[in-house]
Design a protein around this ligand. Structure first.
Ligand code: FES
Length: 137
């Protein structure tokens, strides 16, 4: 089931909201997902991801930052690799994402940590199939 979109747009990036099951916590903390097997998740129409920009989406209890450069898509978990703080979309400045808790900063075009920290954002495997962007977790 694809995730729903869009709820609103931000300057320089898109906020894709609602999610296919929004209102729940992160997938791995939900009782009903304890037995969930990893699999592909349908995020959105690939062309709806902003080119050379960042799209924020909620899907299956996760929040994701998607960076697209033409046909190259990178899908990152919104949770900080430091202490799993859920980094909000408001923490984006251009293509730089700064965790509000201890200010690790990330380049969303690569996922690399560019200030303070030493670990990259978690990136999910992604692919386009029949015009849809899918991510695996
Ligand atoms: S939890 Fe994000 S910088 Fe510490």
């Amino acid at each position: 089931m694809p995730c729903s979109w869009p709820s609103r747009h931000l300057a320089g990036q898109d906020r894709v909201g609602g999610g296919c099951d929004s209102g729940h916590g992160p997938a791995e903390f939900r009782i009903e997902n304890l037995d969930a097997q990893p699999g592909w998740h349908d995020l959105l129409a690939a062309n709806d991801a902003k080119n050379d920009g960042i799209t924020y989406i909620d899907c299956s209890g996760r929040s994701l930052f998607i960076y697209r450069k033409r046909t190259d898509y990178r899908v990152y978990d919104s949770r900080c690799p430091h202490q799993v703080t859920n980094i909000p979309h408001l923490a984006l400045e251009g293509k730089r994402l700064t965790c509000p808790k201890h200010h690790w900063a990330f380049d969303v075009t690569t996922g690399q940590c560019v200030e303070k920290g030493n670990r990259p954002l978690r990136e999910f495997k992604a692919k386009v199939e029949n015009g849809r962007l899918l991510a695996f977790w």
